[in-house]
Design a protein around this ligand. Structure first.
Ligand code: ADP
Ligand code: MG
Length: 299
């Protein structure tokens, strides 16, 4: 590999908004056989919108709107300090309905699970089934509602107040305009595309279908993403990881080629080998093709 051709290749890539951190990353990308893409903010726009707030698992309709607005206000209050796109959707949705948020204290984010905070003196948690079960709560009455929303491709989260589940909040995200075409391009290049997400299996499957992705790894905890990459690397398979979130950083560092979405978090960009400034998945085949071309010129 001549330094000159590597430099020329890096320069060309930069013109396309593909920033290689070093020449050896440009060399490595050509060998990628599997591309693992994060769901939220990578395949999707990562700008979910609030769609549902459900305050009762039963049939009573008395005072439902009031109950729902009340539930949404404490839910959004608990999410206010979270940087997660899901949190932004919930807060924006509440504000859009003209709901005032009470102050929250003792905010805590539990990566891959959800958040909790003390609102109006009561502990409020918002997150996954797993989070609620780990907190010792009974979620039985709510699982039917969760599943219905997830089949619609929405991300549904349980809300607990003190020691009981009090409702469900759901948001919907859309896939990026170019995701499907980019996935098809990678597949045409002989590269396998796998989607990885902390989100539940049903929602993940619905989104993957829209993007033409055939393999899905769902309900993967942040620490589990790197382990999945290592598993895929067994036998020397070169794996690229593409992500935007703090929770993607260990996987980005573990992959043979880590690609961070330039519109994502700084932590992801620091952990990655390549930053994709354009923010859409088309830059993935572009980066690999540029690497292939550069290396071909060298040989
Ligand atoms: P992804 O891999 O899609 O970026 P994460 O690993 O960040 O997702 O989150 C996985 C799941 O944890 C989410 O689908 C959601 O159910 C829950 N979760 C994460 N952050 C929050 C939050 N701020 N509020 C509520 N739920 C959350
Ligand atoms: Mg993400």
């Amino acid at each position: 590999a001549t330094p000159t051709s590597i430099m020329a290749g890096s320069g060309r890539a930069a013109e396309f908004g593909i920033l290689f951190k070093g020449g050896h990353h440009l060399e490595a990308a050509q060998g990628v056989k599997v591309v693992v893409v994060d769901k939220t903010g990578t395949v999707t726009n990562g700008k979910p919108v609030l769609t549902d707030i459900i305050a009762t698992a039963g049939n009573e309709t008395q005072g439902r709107v009031l109950a729902e607005n009340r539930l949404l206000s404490i839910t959004a209050a608990a999410e206010k300090l979270s940087e997660h796109p899901l949190a932004d959707a919930i807060v924006a949705g509440a504000q859009g309905r003209g709901i005032d948020l009470p102050p929250a204290e003792q905010f805590e984010a539990v990566p891959g699970r959800g958040v909790s905070a003390v609102v109006d003196g009561r502990k409020v948690s918002v997150g996954t089934r797993r989070m609620m079960i780990e907190n010792g709560l009974d979620i039985e009455a709510w699982t039917g509602i969760m599943t219905r929303l997830e089949h619609e491709g929405k991300t549904a989260m349980l809300i607990s107040v003190e020691d009981a589940v009090a409702g469900v909040v759901a948001v919907a995200d859309t896939i990026k305009e170019t995701s499907r075409a980019a996935v098809a391009r990678l597949q045409d290049m002989g590269i396998e595309v796998i989607m990885i997400t902390g989100d539940n299996k049903i929602t993940a499957q619905a989104i993957a279908e829209q993007a033409g992705i055939r393999t899905v790894l769902a309900e993967v905890l942040p620490e589990g993403k790197a382990a999945e990459i290592r598993r895929l690397q067994e036998g020397g398979v070169k794996v690229a990881m593409v992500g935007d979130g703090i929770n993607d950083a260990p996987a980005l560092a573990t992959a043979d080629t880590g690609m961070a979405i330039g519109t994502g978090t700084d932590v992801a960009m620091e952990a990655a080998d390549i930053t994709l400034m354009r923010g859409d998945l088309m830059s993935i085949p572009d980066a690999i093709l540029m690497s292939r071309k550069t290396m071909r010129n060298i040989k």
